[in-house]
Design a protein around this ligand. Structure first.
Ligand code: EPU
Length: 418
């Protein structure tokens, strides 16, 4: 199994190109199910989760052609409406096929994902809202079986802000009869990107990016072209890498306007930041970051997907930082691994209190989920000695060619097979 070997202590300098956003590409690929004519999606990152989504749609009868520029998705021949447990358990985002299958074919058979490393993560809000739109939903043998002749529009008020829930409902409502209003909708940029793609397919969605989304259902959708927006979490991860190593890094092909909450925290930590429309440059001028407090919450507040990276930064920062995790109940698995590297972290409920140390020491560590792995890579970049990160497959789900990009910036990092 592949592991990552990092020799810490190098200052990162240079430029890095950001990939398309995984969490936008996944719902967009699922949305191609809504039409029987081909869609062409560009800026899709080459990641394990993307391959899993294409395999899932492929088993249903979808046909995908991948070249250097784009993915052509052809779903004219869908004959199976099942998302099997074997796939859903490896990638929870598989549940994003529920809305499109139900809306276009009137049926879907989707495995319940079960718990995961960061929390229970139920999908009750997806199914309750689809039931309110007229679907007959049953849970049998670990599967959600959903049926509807045609979904009908209604006003939905979400109990909690859910990103993939909002996406599933937007897709389902696009082909429903009448108007659907989603109140307390997620405002994440990836929801906005999906709405843009759906509107290009012929949907009539207004308000994506605000907490009320209005969808006028249409009778048919058509394949469309779309370029996926840049990955704001990958962007933030490289900026934190620069800040932790005291370096200067320019991230390109990104969108600075999607990272306001993260950039404010990095400024607070002492970084100098300049930005243009599609680039951000962070210069730490060799300084040690100052500890910062963060409080995760839905967009536009600080993203939970950047919490582990900031925990790693606080581990070597000057002072004491408090990180409060409000989205997932078990998202501090990286804390005990960082402690093995010498970090001083105390967990109290959903808060990690981190007292920065001058230096971390390399140790063999184990990745537990995607963003926790990113936190461990960042710690490895500044630790004394060789850090070996096990269970690398988590990282490969969400960071395209990470060792290549970090090497380009001057890190000493390589993949090893054991
Ligand atoms: N929730 C419910 N019931 C539901 C849906 C959600 O109780 O039916 C709860 C969850 O348990 C959680 C909260 O609501 O406590 C918010 O979860 P949300 O549904 O927004 O998360 P998600 O849609 O499953 C997406 C991203 C995650 C990201 C979260 C939060 C994708 C494919 N995944 O997950 O990304 O952390 O939003 O921003 O878009 C990652 O990329 O590493 C990742 C985990």
């Amino acid at each position: 199994m592949d592991k990552l070997l990092i020799t810490g202590g190098k200052t990162l300098n240079g430029e890095v190109r950001i990939s398309g956003a995984k969490n936008a590409a996944l719902p967009i690929l699922a949305a191609t199910l809504l039409a029987d004519t081909p869609s062409y999606i560009s800026n899709v990152p080459d990641l394990r989760d993307i391959t899993t989504m294409m395999n899932l749609l492929g088993e249903m009868g979808g046909n995908f052609t991948v070249d250097d520029e784009k993915i052509e998705a052809n779903n004219s021949n869908i004959h199976d409406f099942t998302a099997p447990y074997e796939m859903v358990k490896t990638m929870r985002a598989s549940v994003l096929v529920l809305g499109p299958l139900l809306a276009r074919f009137g049926k879907a058979h989707v495995s319940l994902p079960g718990g995961c490393a960061i929390g229970a993560r139920p999908v009750n809000l997806h199914t309750q809202a689809l039931a309110a739109m007229g679907a007959d939903i049953r849970v049998e043998g670990g599967y959600i079986t959903a049926q509807a002749k045609r979904l009908h529009g209604t006003t939905l008020c979400m109990d909690l802000i859910t990103v993939t829930g909002t996406e599933n409902l937007m897709m389902a409502a696009s082909l429903a009869d009448g108007v659907t209003v989603i109140e307390n909708a997620a405002r994440e940029p990836e929801v906005v990107d999906l709405a843009k793609f759906l509107n290009r397919m012929g949907a009539r969605i207004e308000g994506a990016g605000s907490s009320t989304i209005r969808i006028q259902g249409v009778d048919k959708l058509y394949g469309a072209r779309h370029q996926v927006l840049p990955d704001r979490i990958e962007t933030g991860t490289y900026l934190v890498a620069a800040a932790m190593t005291g370096g200067r890094v320019k991230v390109k092909n990104t969108d600075a306007s999607l990272l306001d909450a993260v950039l404010l925290k990095l400024l607070e930590a002492g970084a100098t930041i300049s930005r243009g429309d599609d680039w951000i440059e962070l210069d730490m001028q060799g300084r040690r970051p100052r500890a910062i407090d963060i409080y995760t919450a839905p967009y536009p507040a600080f993203p939970t997907d950047m919490q582990a990276q900031l925990t790693a930064m606080n581990a070597i920062a000057d002072g004491v930082g408090m990180l409060t995790e409000n989205i997932f109940e078990n998202r501090f698995m990286h804390a005990s691994e960082l402690q093995r590297m010498g970090a001083n972290i105390r967990l109290e409920g959903n808060t990690a209190i981190v007292k920065g140390v001058e230096r971390l020491q390399a140790a063999p560590v184990m990745a537990t989920d995607l963003r926790a792995s990113a936190g461990l890579v960042l710690a490895g970049l500044v630790a004394e000695g060789d850090t070996l990160i096990d269970r690398l497959y988590h990282l490969d789900r969400g960071y395209e060619r990470i060792e290549e990009k970090l090497t380009q910036l001057g890190a000493q990092i390589r993949r090893v097979s054991e």
